[in-house]
Structures are given as C-alpha cells and as structure tokens.
Ligand binder design. Structure first.
Ligand code: PEP
Length: 256
C-alpha cells in the first residue's frame, strides 16, 4: 500500500509572521493524528528558515516551491539545492503549471531540475497536467504521456523511485473546478502505466501520484479514496489550518 502524502503549496502567500501563525495552528491540529499520512508544507523562500524551526519535533516536513538546476554563481534571484538542503528542506515542487505558464519552464528544464534535486537528496514533487484547451481537444492522454516522457528523460530506475508526481489539470488549479474522482483516477492510471512501460511495473506500483486542482474539504474524501490517487498537492485550501487539516483527515480515513 502506498503511503499518502498531503502537501500544501502556499505559493506567494504568508510572510514570516503569518507563517508562524499558520504553523502553530497546524501543529495544534496535527495532535489529532498519529502520523498516518505524510504532511508537507511548502512556504515561500523567505519563510523556509523560520518554518523549519517552527516544525521542529513535529511530523510536518518542509518543501520549497522551486529551485535552480545550477550549483551556484551569477543567477540573480535564484536559489540552489545546497541552500535548500542546508536549511533542512526535504521536498521541492518542480514544474508547477504556474512556473510553466509565467516563467516559460519546459519539460527539458524541469528534467534538469529533477536531476539536480535528486543528486542533492531532495524529493521532487513533479507537476504535470493538461490545459482546458487540451482537454477539450481530446488530447489529454497525449499531453500527459509527452510530459511524463519529457520530465523523466534519462532518469534511472533508482532515481524515479525517489520522486513523486502530482497530476494537476491546469484548468482545475485555483479555479474551484476539480477533476471528478473518476477523471483524475483515469489519468493517474495512465501515468502509472506510462512509468511502468518506461521502467518496470514494480516501480510504477510504488510511485506516489498526488492529485492537485481545487482539492478541498468537500471533495478530498472522494478523490483520495480512488485506487491510484495517493495524496494531494493543495494550493488555496492549504492556507487555512481548518481546510488543510480536513484534507489531511480525509487522507487518514482513506488510508484505511
Ligand atoms: C496548486 O497550485 O498546486 C493547486 C493545486 O492549487 P489549488 O488547490 O488552489 O487549485
């Protein structure tokens, strides 16, 4: 059985003071659980150091929202894996659709970032997903297959075993529209099949595939109880302790 993981992508929200408040609330609510699912928070860069100290002695883990594929040097405004690991970051979101859309990140660039993250010991949460136009044109499967091929190009089996994939239909992110549990599960199965063909069925079966796109307290149970949905990458609903913890609760219940 794959262990579920619920990760919060705080995006460009919460300064250090708001970060401290939210973490205090999350820690209080986490007392209701016995570590049945993995819980990760991904605050903005400026909040990472303070977040790390505030989650100390809790089961909450820390992730960043992006990083650069180079070690160091003249890359104004960027952050390296070494900077992230030095402060105790364990996860990094890569290839989020907002990075693809606003910062023109390609599968090729995301692939380079994944390799760098893995070599530094970070766990990449690799985002893929189709746009509304692509879904309406009936090419979702083609887009997903191309993205899986592109982002995993050249990775060894042991590298693929260390990453997570988040299926995030772009049309569902921040829009309040979520994929139905069946629609999402179908794509998750496709991703698993594709990874099985590229590597092995044993690796595909163990691969954690999160769903992201307007997951909330109301739809989380139905999504998380699907056979191939192994967790959530949560945007809007991760900014409020009650909403995020309702999703964690759904993750715990669906873990049986
Ligand atoms: C996201 O940005 O990764 C996301 C899933 O956002 P939201 O939950 O707000 O749709």
């Amino acid at each position: 059985m794959r262990r579920k993981i619920i990760a919060g992508n705080w995006k460009m929200n919460k300064d250090i003071h708001e970060t401290a408040t939210l973490i205090a609330e999350l820690r209080e609510r986490m007392k209701e659980f016995k570590n049945e699912v993995d819980v990760v928070i991904c605050p903005s860069y400026t909040s990472l150091v303070v977040a790390k100290s505030l989650i100390k002695d809790s089961s909450i883990k820390l992730g960043a929202q992006n990083m650069l594929q180079h070690d160091d040097g003249a890359y104004t405004g960027e952050v390296s894996t070494k900077m992230l690991t030095a402060i105790g970051c364990e996860y990094v979101i890569l290839g989020h659709s907002e990075r693809r859309q606003y910062f023109k990140e390609t599968d090729e660039l995301i692939n380079a970032k994944i390799k760098k993250a893995l070599s530094a010991g970070l766990t990449p949460i690799v985002c893929i997903g189709e746009t509304l136009d692509e879904r309406e044109a009936g090419i979702t499967d083609k887009i997903i297959t191309t993205q899986v091929n592109g982002v995993l190009r050249g990775l060894t089996s042991s590298e693929v075993e260390k990453l997570l994939i988040a299926y995030e239909p772009v049309w569902a992110i921040g829009t309040g529209k979520n994929a139905t549990p069946e629609q999402a599960n179908q794509v998750h199965k496709l991703i698993r099949k594709q990874v099985g063909q590229m590597y092995s069925w044993a690796i595909a079966e163990k691969l954690i595939i999160q769903y992201g796109g307007s997951m909330n307290a109301q739809n989380a149970s139905a999504l998380l109880s699907q056979s191939d949905i192994d967790g959530g990458l949560i945007g809007g609903a991760s900014l409020k302790a009650d909403l995020f913890m309702a999703i964690v609760q759904a993750g715990v219940e669906s873990s049986g």
